[in-house]
Ligand binder design. Structure first.
Ligand code: GLN
Length: 495
């Protein structure tokens, strides 16, 4: 078989089980693709020895007929996941040299399911960003380009390395994390599928914390079937994470029938925004028609507090981040600044944090400590928490009225140019998350499915939002949408 790295998880799994290829061959194909794709800056720590060792072990298990579900499938892991003995820096200078003594639950579960880790993937520093430009490793690059223009585009963020790597066939799939859109926005920017499960589905243990009440891990894959396969391996109860749900994990793949007859799909009017590009509006309309044609009932709905979602998110996320990031003090992890004669512990903290954190992270820490400070706590943080409850209730009300899933655009634009936002107001960048943050605030599952190309030939995604814990049903609706949209475009290889 040729071009093994271009296979989906399901194709590779089936080929392995038929003995048509081996995990070592798949892994070598991915490692070669990674070597040839330095220009994308997607992988920031490569682990070929670990990969080949796990691939050999997987081949033995496949031979013996005792192979778990993802046995032998090569994947990439976002740098936010702690991986034992392998650099895990959250793309931050402050974690330079940090090699965890432990493995995150999610990456451990993937390893237990037989998946082969190829290395660690680029991302925004501490997962704060929408363009992968805040990374201490430099930005990842989108494998897609506009028409004949060779300007480099962002793969989105924060899981930009994961997105670029999957879209460019450097790995069969990758992990991402999503606090306000970091799986779904980059998936949309590179034409792949990404699902953020219900808050509590995937253990957060061993994933570097950004905003603990919003963070969730999820898969970034070449199609919906692969998302179902990989999500099943990633989910499950973990006593080490007190917010992890003690619920059985269904066989999500078995739920992909494509039959959505009678399902009620809500179209929220508040997501129709001023200044939204016509192409996005048109795609949303097409997606609606596709679901209708597949037998779903389309219903106009209202989520009245949507307009407060971004400001609410940008109070809550920095507040939690400022608290989570207090642990990076130059004592326990990674980087410590060189001190001058007479410097005390305060100088050590200050200098270390000034050197170790990039600008965006510093901005979030400052905003977070401000909104939590004694004089402003009620005005900002507590108010944001109340609005968050209202946003959540908006969703509960429409689900209670019989809506099964909600269709929205995934992003307000296609991928933009790297550096294009460098001088913009930070709020411009934050607007990328306008369709996705509501889902994190409400703790719901959301999936981004590639659904078309814009005039310049760049992928655009649609988002489906589901009821809590009903990822299987949500993925089935996404599967129906995927089949109807028939998105098969791939980026032309220039790297
Ligand atoms: N872009 C958003 C932020 O910067 C979301 C990031 C994320 O989901 N990790 O906060």
């Amino acid at each position: 078989m040729s071009d093994l790295n271009t296979l989906t998880l399901a194709q590779a799994r089936d080929a392995l089980r038929k003995g048509e290829t081996t995990s070592v061959a798949l892994t070598e194909a991915c490692l070669a693709a990674i070597e040839g794709a330095g220009a994308l800056n997607a992988f920031v720590h490569k682990t070929p020895e670990i990969a080949l060792e796990r691939a050999k072990a997987a081949d033995v298990r496949l031979q013996s007929g005792d192979a778990p579900k993802m046995c032998g499938l090569p994947i990439g892991i976002k740098d936010l996941f702690c991986t034992k003995g392998v650099p895990s820096q959250a793309a931050s200078r402050i974690l330079e040299g940090f090699k965890p003594e432990y493995e995150s639950t999610v990456s451990q579960q993937l390893a237990d399911a037989g998946a082969v880790m190829l290395g660690k993937l680029n991302m925004d520093e501490f997962a704060m960003g929408s363009s992968n430009e805040t990374s201490c490793y430099g930005n990842a690059v989108n494998p897609w380009r506009r028409g004949n223009d060779d300007a480099a585009l962002t793969p989105g963020g924060s899981s930009g390395g994961s997105a670029a790597a999957v879209a460019a066939d450097l790995c069969l799939a990758a992990t991402g994390t999503d606090t306000g859109g970091s799986i779904r926005q980059p998936a949309a920017f590179v034409g792949i599928t990404g699902i953020k499960p219900t808050y509590g589905r995937c253990s957060r243990w061993g994933i570097v914390a950004f905003a603990s009440s919003l963070d969730q891990a999820g898969p970034m894959t070449k199609d919906v079937r692969d998302a179902a396969i990989m999500l099943e391996a990633m989910c499950g109860h973990d006593p080490k994470d007190s917010t992890s749900a003690d619920l059985a994990v269904p066989d999500f793949e078995a739920m992909l029938t494509g039959d959505i007859r009678g399902k009620v799909i809500g179209i929220p009017r508040e997501y129709r925004m001023d200044g939204m590009p016509e192409e996005i509006e048109a795609l949303w309309q097409q997606g609606t028609e596709m679901l209708r044609a597949a037998g779903a009932e389309i219903r106009d709905i209202s989520l009245p507090h949507t307009k407060y979602a971004l400001p609410t998110y940008y109070v809550i996320a920095p507040a939690e981040a400022s608290s989570n990031l207090a642990r990076y003090d130059g004592v326990r992890y990674g980087h410590r600044a060189k001190l001058a004669q007479g410097d005390g512990i305060t100088e050590m903290y200050e200098k270390t944090r000034a050197e170790g954190f990039g600008h965006e992270v510093q901005r979030r820490v400052m905003v977070g400590t401000y909104v939590l400070s004694a004089g402003f706590y009620d005005a900002y943080y507590n108010r944001a928490r109340k609005v968050r409850s209202l946003i959540k209730k908006d969703f509960e009300d429409v689900f209670a009225a019989g809506v099964d899933a909600i269709l929205t655009p995934a992003t307000p634009s296609a991928a933009f140019g790297l550096g294009e936002m460098a001088d913009a107001d930070p709020v411009q960048m934050y607007l990328n998350d306008v369709f996705t943050v509501t889902v994190n605030l409400a703790g719901l599952p959301g999936v981004s499915v590639p659904a078309g190309l814009d005039k310049q030939g760049l992928p655009l995604g649609l988002q489906l939002i589901g009821r809590p814990w009903e990822e299987g049903d949500l993925l089935n609706t996404a599967y129906a949408l995927e089949q109807a949209a028939g998105f098969v475009a791939k980026p032309g290889k220039w790297w």
